[in-house]
Design a protein around this ligand. Structure first.
Ligand SMILES: Nc1ncnc2c1ncn2[C@@H]1O[C@H](COP(=O)(O)OP(=O)(O)OP(=O)(O)O)[C@@H](O)[C@H]1O
Ligand SMILES: [Mg+2]
Length: 352
């Protein structure tokens, strides 16, 4: 089947630090990058995934789409963090027509919220490794008030959110398009954003463990603010190396090391627990994304701790692009922050 251009949605990644937007043109054997852009949000406009200043975020989205000359209104967005629960459950095989009801009934025990307060979605992953009468089902529950908040936001920005995906799934979708993967690798996709971290371990292309936590570059920003008695925007600039003559560069380096070590121990704990529960599975490769991927030395430390190859995602590598419009310097600079928007831009209007 050849997809028509208009079937694809604009991918809009609403991060707590910046908004990213991407548009692709997809045919059977080609994915062409048409648009990609990012715009910073005012600090405090989104906190822990909740929208605190709807008008400021909507305006940032409108300005970004205008500057990119994106006129399409149908978008795919995503959520992550606390208000999203993802679990793989094991349940009896049953006829298609009974699945929805049974999964919703079973979901209750796995979700820390009132079942009436969440939207539930699921995907059958296949037969259970433990019994031919059982199947593995991926369960996704998202709080209804969060969905409503993001629908309101996109409406205020003049857009229609046709799909609300999960950050981790969008990341996995674009990662699958990146060439040069070894099917034998057990790969940890690790996105360290401004306010949250997500871990997703892939084996044979299938997710075998997903986990979120609250770590992120916000920890670095807070320490820079208190060490240099500066405000958030200035601390962001110091982090990004945009301030010349920082009074005490060694102090910045120490903060970065300190936080990178904290991240490392948290990640190693999750990976080690996973490895000891699945005694034959070792993570062999880590693919970093998000702002955390820019922290010098972090990849090296993590690689030595896990005895795994650690690299940064190159999410544009599976796409065709015009190098006059998107230079190699640009795609390599924004690469770590781009994958979720690109993964969302792979989605079609009639996807589930
Ligand atoms: N070149 C750079 N060097 C160091 N840090 C950088 C660089 N570029 C961006 N960052 C930092 O990365 C962080 C933003 O990362 P990212 O875009 O992944 O966050 P987000 O997606 O908006 O947040 P979240 O997904 O957690 O809501 C900011 O703190 C920003 O200062
Ligand atoms: Mg993010």
């Amino acid at each position: 089947m050849v997809f028509s251009k208009k079937d694809h949605l604009v991918g809009l990644d609403i991060g707590s630090s910046s908004i990213k937007v991407a548009e692709l043109q997809i045919s059977r054997n080609k994915k062409i990058l048409k648009k990609f852009g990012m715009k910073s949000l005012a600090p405090g406009a989104i906190v822990e995934g909740r929208i605190m200043d709807m008008e400021a975020v909507a305006k940032t989205i409108r300005d970004l789409l205008r500057s990119q000359k994106i006129r399409k209104k149908d978008v795919a967005i995503s959520t992550g963090g606390h208000s999203v629960v993802i679990k793989t459950i094991n349940t009896a095989k049953m006829p298609e027509k009974d699945i929805q009801e049974s999964i919703v009934a079973e979901a209750e025990q796995y979700i820390p919220y009132d079942i009436g307060d969440v939207n539930i979605d699921y995907q059958i992953l296949g037969e259970s490794q433990f019994s031919p009468d059982q199947m593995n089902v991926l369960l996704v529950a998202v709080k209804k008030d969060l969905v409503a908040e993001y629908m309101d936001l996109t409406a205020s920005a003049g857009l229609n959110a046709k799909i609300i995906d999960v950050d981790t799934f969008a990341l996995q979708n674009i990662y699958e398009t990146v060439p040069g993967q070894d099917p034998k690798d057990v790969t940890l996709l690790l996105d360290i954003g401004a306010s949250k971290t997500s871990l997703n371990i892939l084996k044979g292309g299938t997710s075998v463990m997903m986990r979120d936590n609250d770590s992120g570059t916000h920890q670095i920003i807070e320490q820079i603010c208190s060490r240099f008695e500066t405000d958030l925007p200035e601390a962001e600039k110091i982090l990004q190396g945009l301030v010349e003559n920082v009074p005490d560069p060694e102090a910045v380096a120490l903060i970065l090391d300190d936080i990178a070590n904290i991240w490392c121990s948290e990640i190693c704990e999750v990976v080690n627990t996973f490895q000891s529960n699945t005694n034959d599975t070792r993570v062999t490769k880590v693919v970093l994304s998000g702002g955390g991927a820019y922290i010098p030395g972090f990849a090296h430390t993590l690689g030595s701790e896990l005895s795994a190859e650690v690299g940064t995602i190159s999410p544009f590598d599976g796409l065709h692009l015009d190098e006059k419009k998107f230079s190699a310097a640009f795609t390599s600079r924004v690469g770590p922050q781009a994958p979720i928007a690109l993964g969302l831009a792979l989605r079609r209007v009639d996807d589930k």
